[in-house]
Design a protein around this ligand. Sequence first.
Ligand code: KIV
Ligand code: ZN
Length: 512
Amino acid sequence: MTERVIIFDTTLRDGEQSPGASMNTAEKLRLATQLEDLGVDVIEAGFPAASDGDFEAVSKIAAKLEKTQVAALARTSKEDIDRAWAAIQHAKKPRIHTFIATSDIHLKYKLKMNREQVIDTAVQAVRYAKSLTDNVEFSAEDGSRSDWEYLCTVFGAVIEAGATTINLPDTVGYAIPEEFAELVKYIKAHTPDIDKAILSIHCHNDLGLATANTISAINCGARQAEVTINGIGERAGNTSLEEVVMALHTRANYLPVTTNINTRKIYPVSRLVSMITGIMVQPNKAVVGANAFAHEAGIHQDGMLKNPMTYEIMEPETIGLNKNKLVLGKHSGRHAMRTHLKDLGYDLSDEELNIVFKKFKDLADKKKHVMDEDLEALVTEGILRTPDIFKLNYIHVTSGNTVLPMASVQLDARGDSVKGAAYGNGPIDAAFNTILELTGSTCELVRFTVSALTGGTDAQGEVTVRLKENGLVALGRGSDADIITASANAFINGLNRLEYLKNHPVKAAQGL
Ligand code: KIV
Ligand code: ZN
């Protein structure tokens, strides 16, 4: 029988460690629900000891999910493990995931502990976690740069203490596929009682090798892959779920293992993650990039017309991509919209549906064909956003090549209605200057991107901004048929997220 690889998704924990990618609780809940629907086996929902916000989000996810295991991360201290357990104890399938570094460089400079102390600490942590739940994962942070023999001793000791999953992280993305495969084989051959635990891998992408390392490890017997959607994560990111799953799916002849993932739900989840984090997927990204199924060269197009298999190793539909599918128009009703949203993975309550439907009608007045991408943007804007402290009521901009660009704006700001006007170098600069004056914000705009959500001259513009204030970084997103309104909405969304971060410090305690 074909063996199964457990897919452990850490978008909500390691993925959230991408600079500026913090998500609010509503967004995390929505994503967790969609990941469960995707067929992920384990969701690492967060690091409860890191902040009250993380604790709250993990608890809510734990209470909501029915089928998927919910893991909470903890360092090896009793306090961290207690906090992790408090957050997930009511989950249908809870898992405590505890970790400590095992490489000499981390022991010497970070932990200031010797090898025996690390083993004792790891064993005590796993034993304690095991007294709370049967499902305990142990990670040897910086495992790929650890002494191999020592690593196996640590793994053997934690298996004896009760760990049911042992995880080998390539924390700094240093491994090379053949070398990583050798290490996996070595661990399997030299770890006492290795058959009593699942061997997992967790790779980072600093050298662009995360997926290659993960696949190599699976090929040598690793049976859990830790991944994130779109490969988001610390620095260059983590192994991306879609790449691993589609490699296993497409090359089943060479890699005889299966996953529980419903591949047709990959693309909607990828879109959701980029919309709620504001981190766009690079166009040439494998599997989910905008160009992943685009054929430009004439010779390729010719081949594709004769038989798609000439140049396409996967069908777009297999990942749930129905290119620019026309979905709804001005006369479409609430029921049609609900059905389409369900197909896209959004099961909305009546109240949520009303909010999105109103936005849909406004958009359909301006845009003849409302596509899947437009609908997703409406859901993100209407439902998943942080509580609004600032809200755009109206914007008017004059610009052109013979006038000094000027914007007049009216906002709701902390419960008051305020209005004002300012000049700028261009219409967007003028809009942002006015919004800054009205909100009193001192933030700096560090990134601004604009793209079209769909094809066509009536496409909605999608704007992403990155704002920085006093060391806090927030992303803002906005979409509208008018790109200046989209920009103003993105800027205001970023300001709302900055306010949220000021009240919910997220990462200060992580120390990873
Ligand atoms: O990269 C890493 O080592 C981690 C561990 C906490 C698993 O994220
Ligand atoms: Zn990691």
